[in-house]
Every structure is written in C-alpha cells, then in structure tokens.
Design a protein around this ligand. Structure first.
Ligand SMILES: Nc1ncnc2c1ncn2[C@@H]1O[C@H](COP(=O)(O)OP(=O)(O)O)[C@@H](O)[C@H]1O
Ligand SMILES: [Mg+2]
Length: 249
C-alpha cells in the first residue's frame, strides 16, 4: 500500500476538468508537483487533502478510501492551502493551537507539539505576536507550522516557498528532507529550482494530466539546449510542457 493512491481522478470545475483523469501513487519521500499556472496543481492537492471531492475516479489515503469516514484520515494529514484565511487578532501560537485542535490532537499534547512546530519553522520568538503583525513570508511559515503540527503521515504543501527569502528556502528544504524520511510529502511549486534542490521525485502536470514522473535527473535529460531555461532541469521542464500544451507560456 502507498500513502496516496489515486486512479483516473477527474475534478470538474465549471465547464472544465481541472484534473483530467490522473492516476498517481505516492509513498514515503519528497515529491515535487510541478506545472504551469492553471495546470491543476491546487485542485489536485485540494482533492488529495479531501477538501474537494473528485467528480470521478478513486482515491485512497493511507489505505482508506477517501469517500468514507474522513476523520481518521484527516487526523493524519497536514495541508497548507495556497491561500488561507485566519483571524488577524489570533496570536501565532493560538492559530497553530487552534488548527491542532481542529485536527483532533489530544489536548495534553497540543502545547508541546505547537512549540516544536514553531521551532521547526524558526518562529519561536514570534509565538506571542498577532498574526496581523507578520510579513508574508512569516505567514507562510505559520502555515507550514500548522501543517506539520500533528506529525502527519501525508503532508500536502501548496506553493510553500512563496514569499520565503533565499535563507528561509534553504531551511525549508532541510525541513522537508527531514519530514520525507518518515512521511509522504507532496510540494506544489512553479519553481523548478525548488524541485531540483528538495525533491527525490517529480510529478509534472499540464492541463490536468500527468505528463512526466521521474527523478530530477530524469527531468534534466528531457530537454536540449534548444529549450528555454537556465539549467538542464528547467530545459527539461520547458521541453515537456511545450510538447504537451500548445498555449502555455
Ligand atoms: N473554483 C473554480 N471554478 C472554475 N474553474 C476553476 C476554479 N478553480 C480553478 N479553476 C480552473 O481550474 C484550472 C486549474 O486551476 P488550479 O488547480 O488552481 O491550477 P494551478 O494550481 O496549477 O495553478 C484552471 O483552469 C483554473 O482556472
Ligand atoms: Mg495553484
């Protein structure tokens, strides 16, 4: 059994299939979900997080079908949405505690788990500050803290590095490498360099379909110097996207 098993997933939004018949199996490790804007990354992650129901196809998470009782599975998930809301008056610590409570963590374990999660994202000294006083990159790190607070077996991070400075990006890569040793981590990004540095495995989507699955080294061999990009991986990415989506830019 793999942590995530999706078969022929279709997610229809409005008149289009944002996810268009996608099958994917993901186990332990750090998987990078790459693709241009509009490719369906957010919709796929929302579906894997059980926030969005698939129109058709099947999904199983940690061995349980994701259309039955969701609470036991949700307790073992961590999810960072691309955009998330919060009460601006919440303190950082209160916000992460609240999310831990929503995930039904035993209350005795919450204070320690929140402290550890904030340490891991370097926000210990901001724990008692209000959310509204934080910069964009700090809010992103609070988002990562709430996603990991329950030590999830499946961690889904949608654009986690947006707003992080280069030093924070490095720290983030170390953190996900550590988490990927014991969990299944899926990170969406449109930055090829994040994947090259942080991921053991790449999942490339375009127009709702899977167009490539392999290691960053495999991706690097897919392009030639004719393709757009500053590195072999970026050129491999451009080659696969232009071959599969005429209108992408
Ligand atoms: N709520 C919605 N209603 C209709 N179409 C949507 C909605 N959300 C996203 N889409 C469309 O679904 C496609 C995939 O979007 P999304 O999953 O956000 O892609 P990505 O995260 O890769 O940029 C896009 O064509 C987008 O315009
Ligand atoms: Mg997105």
């Amino acid at each position: 059994m793999q942590a995530i098993e999706a078969d022929s997933l279709v997610v229809r939004l409005g008149k289009r299939n944002a996810v268009n018949g996608l099958s994917l199996r993901l186990g332990q490790g750090v998987h990078g979900l790459l693709g241009p804007n509009g490719a369906g990354k957010t919709t796929l992650i929302r579906t894997l997080a059980t926030v969005q129901s698939p129109t058709s196809g099947t999904l199983s998470l940690l061995g349980s079908p994701a259309n039955g009782k969701l609470r036991p599975v949700r307790r073992r998930l961590g999810y960072l949405p691309q955009h998330f809301g919060y009460y601006k008056r919440f303190k950082v610590r209160e916000f992460v505690e609240y999310l831990a409570w929503l995930k039904e963590m035993p209350s005795a374990r919450i204070p320690g788990a929140v402290k550890t999660a904030l340490e891991r994202v370097g926000l210990t000294d901001r724990a008692e500050d209000r959310m509204k006083s934080l910069s964009g990159g700090m809010v992103r790190r609070v988002g990562i803290a709430q996603a990991i607070v329950n030590s999830p077996d499946v961690l889904l991070l949608d654009e986690p590095t947006v707003g992080l400075d280069p030093a924070q990006r490095l720290r983030f890569r170390e953190l996900v490498a550590e988490l990927g040793r014991s969990s299944c981590v899926l990170i969406s990004t449109h930055l090829v360099e994040d994947v090259a540095a942080a991921c053991t495995d790449v999942v490339l989507v375009s127009e709702g379909s899977l167009v490539f699955r392999g290691t960053p080294a495999d991706l690097a061999t897919a392009g030639t110097t004719e393709h757009v990009g500053d590195s072999p991986i970026e050129r491999g990415y451009s080659a696969l996207i232009s071959a599969n989506a005429g209108g992408a830019w």
